[in-house]
Design a protein. Structure first.
Length: 430
């Protein structure tokens, strides 16, 4: 288990921690280019071939789209407690995202006779990518689908890899029905991204695809970025638990392990200036690991010996500085006065406060969106929100009086920048 003293880290080791599992996907991009080109040429036929090759599932073109009967059956087959959890999550997620909706239109007068404003409209269509590789992820569909519905996107398409039976998991279908999404295709990976980027006989072309995926789906997004908007960068999961000497070591240990169980390329850090707290947390983690399945335990152990670990600083101020430099996807503030720390956190995908707000809550049911920027992109990107499904058009109006007020200024800019017809349009206007 890694335990570092921040002030003693070599530049190389600190760079390694900061870069996380920055995957080199050069080889995946070569495959993505070949597969995408083939799908562009052969459409459904190629999609089906690659689904059989990569997912080991044989489908026919008429089975790629989920039917209304399949949707209803999946909803009914999903156990009641799972449906209740999805319904509760959807309510909270909807409440949160409805608060994000901007005014449909606004105007202000910048000078007499000069009006400016903005008009907000939903994007015309979107593809939501819901992964499947390591399990069923209805929470991802909730986090993508609810804000798309709140934003009133007219056409919402879902792509998700089929399970071993060639179906979509019941929990995904239940979530879709609860959210109000009806168009789902049983396709994932490179072939899904290419299909919606180009369009096939069965799968519609979309203007945007958003949602986390494996390295091959990520490679396909990079290859096809000139054909489709690929949304925010979402890579391997990462977290920081920020603690002072007052943090409860039991809760800190439990929460430190949360994101580490996502996979061996995740990065979970506990950052504190209290060596005493760190010494208490380690044996608690070792005890809790014994309760886990072999797979999850191995993920966490790998994580804590590679990209994750404990960072010991000299002060709370230094800990906060490290958090802002790292810009984590998820972070928890487990300090004596977490709300006092909140204004000082500048770079994080999400900030969870106090002893009773584990990442688990926000990942599933609290309401804020859990699809967040990774790899340090929290310095410039935000979580998925209704803004990802909206676009803004600037609006301007000048009356005759307003035009006369500004024509000379506008003409001057045109002259300085050498745009002759720009100048004519204001100088020759009667």
């Amino acid at each position: 288990m890694n335990i570092y003293k921040l002030s003693e880290l070599t530049p190389e080791k600190k760079d390694f921690i900061m870069r996380r599992a920055e995957l080199d996907i050069t080889e995946q991009m070569k495959i993505a280019k070949e597969v995408s080109d083939d799908i562009r040429k052969r459409g459904d036929e190629a999609v089906l071939e690659y689904t059989e090759k990569f997912d080991r599932v044989r489908l026919s073109a008429d089975k790629m789209k989920v039917t209304a009967e399949e949707m209803e059956s999946g909803f009914k087959n999903c156990d009641e407690k799972t449906r209740e959890a999805i319904e509760y999550a959807v309510k909270n997620i909807r409440d949160f995202h409805e608060k994000q909706m901007p005014e449909e239109m606004w105007f202000t007068e910048v000078d007499k006779g000069l009006m400016v404003g903005e008009k907000t409209t939903p994007i015309v269509d979107v593809c939501l990518y819901v992964p499947h590789g390591k399990g069923s992820f209805p929470s991802v569909l909730c986090m993508l689908g609810v804000p798309a519905v709140v934003a009133r996107v007219p056409k919402i398409v879902v792509v998700t890899p089929p399970n071993e039976k060639g179906d979509v998991d019941d929990a995904i279908l239940a979530a879709a029905k609860i959210i109000g999404i009806t168009e789902i295709y049983k396709v994932g990976g490179i072939q899904a991204v290419a299909a919606v980027a180009y369009g096939t006989e069965t799968i519609p072309k979309c203007h945007k695809i958003i949602g986390p995926g494996n390295s091959y789906a990520t490679a396909a997004k990079r290859v096809l970025a000139s054909y489709i908007d690929t949304g925010l960068p979402a890579g391997p999961s990462e977290s920081i638990i920020l603690c002072d000497e007052n943090a409860d070591p039991e809760k800190a240990a439990l929460d430190w392990m949360i994101e580490a169980e996502h996979g061996p390329d995740s990065a979970a850090l506990l950052v504190t200036h209290s060596r005493e707290l760190a010494d208490k947390v380690v044996p608690i983690v070792e005890r809790q690991l014994k309760k886990l399945s072999d797979k999850r335990r191995e993920f966490i152990e790998t994580n804590f010996s590679t990209y994750g670990g404990i960072i010991i600083t000299n002060s709370l101020e230094e800990s906060i500085g490290f958090v802002n430099e790292y810009a984590p996807e998820h972070m928890e503030v487990m300090t004596e006065k977490p709300f006092d720390i909140l204004p000082r956190i500048k770079n994080a995908g999400e900030i969870l406060l106090g002893d009773y707000t584990p990442i688990t809550l926000c990942n599933f049911v609290l309401g804020p969106n859990a699809i967040l920027p990774t790899g340090g992109f929290a310095k410039t990107y935000s979580s998925v929100s209704v803004a990802d499904f909206l676009k803004r058009s600037s609006v301007g109006y000048a009356s005759k009086e307003g035009f006369e007020r500004v024509r000379e200024y506008a003409g001057r800019f045109a002259d300085v920048e050498g745009f002759e017809t720009h100048a004519l349009a204001v100088k020759e206007r009667k």
